[in-house]
Write a protein that binds this ligand. Structure first.
Ligand code: FO1
Length: 315
């Protein structure tokens, strides 16, 4: 089987990749992960999308919430709240070990990609997991209540605010992490996971050289729409698209990726968008993209592998 590179955000991407590692050799997969949601909370450096991907690939993710570790306890937070600390960002006791370990190594001067590689190896993950950059890029959300961090917008305020704009603070000084451009240029397929096109995939492709590499690579680029029937399965992508003046549909996502995407996988409910998306010069593959079970994840992974390696004629 050939090599694959995936661009991934958090929960949607993790669930999709969970299917992949069951149908292909995990050591042939490189995942480039969004770091725009990273934040310093309780004095610890938190990298939520990396942790969601790593916990899922390690089989220890809390699959209901989509983040944190299955069965985790929250004794540390309970004690912190006794000290008067606001504990709206729920970090479990075992999850905290990841943030403590990562913060320790970062303080010793290791780069985020070195820390990430140590963590994924210690959890026996064969997939290569690379943050898109080692530099600090903060996704800031401009709302009608002003500018706020992604975690304030998404968790503290439950993405209730109208989105007026997105700022990737620090992106102009950020360099792609080692291996990122190479993983896009020298691979058989690039998969744009069903993540938020604005603040996950959007952040990744805003890093210097990434979008150009996607345009240049000989690899086939396949995207899976995170929007089904005009709504997201989970998260604020549909609200954000609307707030930015775009219709919350698979078509809008295809437009955002039109300069590099070869094939777009959309759900059966959106079959009516097929012709319109094909007019953008993108082939469309229609299937059931809702991942409710492991079987669903495996089925979609097989279909995407077929699109990349067996050139099955796109319906
Ligand atoms: N999301 C929530 O909605 N509430 C939380 O309390 C929360 C805690 C949390 C802790 C660790 C972690 O890695 C992720 C966590 N998330 C929480 C999810 C996180 O905000 C999002 O997954 C990403 O930032 C968006 O992909």
């Amino acid at each position: 089987m050939g090599r694959l590179t995936a661009l991934a955000g958090g929960v949607g991407a993790a669930r999709f990749l969970d299917g992949f590692i069951r149908v292909t050799d995990p050591s042939s997969i490189t995942v480039i992960v969004n770091i725009g949601d990273d934040d310093e909370i309780y004095g610890l450096y938190i990298s939520p999308d990396i942790d969601t991907i790593i916990y899922t690939l390690a089989g220890i993710a809390d699959d209901v919430r989509g983040w944190g570790i299955r069965g985790d306890t929250f004794n540390c937070l309970e004690m912190l709240s006794r000290y008067g600390v606001e504990t709206w960002f729920r970090i479990g006791d075992r999850d905290a070990a990841t943030h403590i370990f990562r913060t320790m190594l970062l303080r010793r001067g290791l780069k985020l990609q070195e820390v990430t590689d140590i963590i994924r190896r210690r959890l026996n993950i064969k997939v290569r997991v690379i943050p898109v950059t080692n530099d600090r890029v903060e996704t800031m959300v401009l709302t009608d209540r002003g500018l706020m961090s992604f975690q304030d917008y998404f968790v503290k305020r439950g993405f209730q605010d109208e989105v007026r704009g997105i700022i990737y603070r620090g992106v102009d000084k950020a360099e792609p992490a080692e291996g990122v451009i190479e993983a896009i240029m020298n691979t058989d397929g690039v998969i744009i996971c069903p993540s938020n096109p604005i603040v996950s995939i959007g952040t990744i492709i805003s890093i210097k050289g990434v979008r150009e590499a996607l345009r240049e690579t000989k690899a086939k680029i396949i995207g899976i729409s995170p929007i089904i029937g005009g709504a997201t399965v989970k998260g604020p992508a549909d609200k954000m698209l609307k707030g930015l003046g775009l219709e919350p549909s698979a078509y809008s996502v295809a437009e955002l990726y039109r300069d590099f995407l070869d094939i777009f996988v959309i759900d059966e409910v959106d079959v009516g968008l097929k012709d319109k998306i094909e007019k953008l010069g993108i082939k469309v593959y229609v299937t059931n993209t809702l991942m409710k079970s492991i079987e669903d994840r495996v089925r979609i992974a097989r279909e995407v592998l077929n699109l990349i390696f067996n050139n099955i004629n796109v319906k």
